[in-house]
Write a protein that binds this ligand. Structure first.
Ligand SMILES: Cc1cc2nc3c(=O)[nH]c(=O)nc-3n(C[C@H](O)[C@H](O)[C@H](O)COP(=O)(O)O)c2cc1C
Length: 315
């Protein structure tokens, strides 16, 4: 799997994307990833202003000429979507990863500028929709992914998608070893998007408690919580998470169901959860909510990104 549709599309050495991770991915990680022969994407949401986003893109470009992307949340909860898209186009990033919404506008605008658009999908129906809109590739987010996981197992999802869509299928979720990496290509993936495996890298800027938790906890300690963003999010089942529970309470459920209130409630929840995750990632607090996927099972030491990539690709 040295040459795949993904390596050809982006002209990279290994068919891997360091997946965008809210509050975790930093320019330092992206630069290290690009230098290791893979590509990477950074969430626009990590920056409070579009000026900051622009500075980051310029900084990465000044350090390396290798291709990288920006992740855009394309639903209505992201009020800065249009501005962020404009910055990405003006600064000619190599690709966009769209998540949580309809990518039509991003595809239309990026295509004209030669910027590739890779769309997160969790099922065939949405995959067909984004393919029809002109997506260059799809990122198949499976049930083992960290963050907002899908519901379908990696093999089933990849197989179903490659049989029914023509664009390259990049698999996201549950890869942290060379064996898992090879399995995904065996199912027909054109590339892998990996997040969790890079959280405890040397270059990662999260605090030591978060990194230690990634090493200490096992795959079975990952639970899905509705408490943070309203949508299910995978987190480590720390004593604090156990204490507050993972199910939305009655008031949260009512607000979520009410069409008129839902939009504002979601925005509030997102702001609240961003603050909570930020605290857990960067300062020591007993209210620890650490986002990660079940592939923490295979992570037992803190390594440089280059070494992680070498071990996974078997180089
Ligand atoms: C801490 C963390 C934060 C994430 N943040 C985002 C995000 O901001 N945008 C996004 O599209 N996906 C996000 N994801 C999902 C990843 O992009 C990717 O799909 C996932 O990490 C793949 O599964 P893996 O963790 O098993 O490798 C996040 C995942 C994690 C673990």
């Amino acid at each position: 799997m040295d040459r795949t549709d993904l390596t050809n599309m982006l002209n990279i050495k290994h068919p891997i994307i360091m997946a965008p991770m809210f509050l975790v991915t930093t320019p330092k990680m992206v630069i290290a990833a690009l230098k290791s022969g893979i590509t990477a994407a950074i969430p626009a949401l990590n920056y409070r202003t579009t000026e900051e986003l622009q500075d980051v893109i310029k900084h990465i470009k000044s350090e390396t000429d290798k291709p990288f992307g920006i992740n855009l949340i394309v639903n209505r909860s992201n009020i800065k979507y249009r501005e962020q898209l404009k910055i990405c186009i003006e600064n000619k990033v190599d690709f966009i990863i769209t998540s949580l919404g309809n990518p039509k506008e991003a595809i239309e605008k990026c295509k004209k500028e030669g910027i590739k658009v890779l769309c997160d999908v969790t099922d065939l129906k949405f995959a067909k929709k984004v393919e029809a809109l002109g997506a260059d590739a799809i990122i198949a987010v499976n049930s083992l992914a960290g963050g907002h996981a899908g519901n379908i197992k990696p093999k089933d999802l990849i197989t179903q998608l490659i049989q029914n869509v023509k664009v390259p299928v990049i698999s996201a979720g549950g890869v942290a070893t060379n064996q898992q990496y090879k399995e995904m290509f065996g199912y027909g993936a054109a590339g892998i998007s990996m997040g969790t495996v890079f959280i405890a890298s040397e270059e990662s800027g999260v605090n030591n408690e978060y990194k230690s938790a990634i090493l200490k906890y096992k795959g079975t300690d990952i639970v899905s919580t509705e408490k943070l963003s309203g949508s299910k999010l995978t987190v480590i089942n720390t004593p604090y998470v156990q204490k507050v529970g993972t199910k939305a309470n009655i008031l949260e459920k009512i607000l979520n169901r009410n069409k008129r209130l839902r939009k504002y409630f979601k925005m509030l929840l997102v702001i609240k959860s961003m603050k909570r995750l930020e605290k857990a990632a960067f300062s020591t607090t007993y209210k620890t909510v650490w986002c990660a996927g079940p592939s923490i099972e295979h992570i037992d030491s803190i390594k440089p990104i280059q070494q992680i990539v070498n071990e996974i690709t078997g180089n």
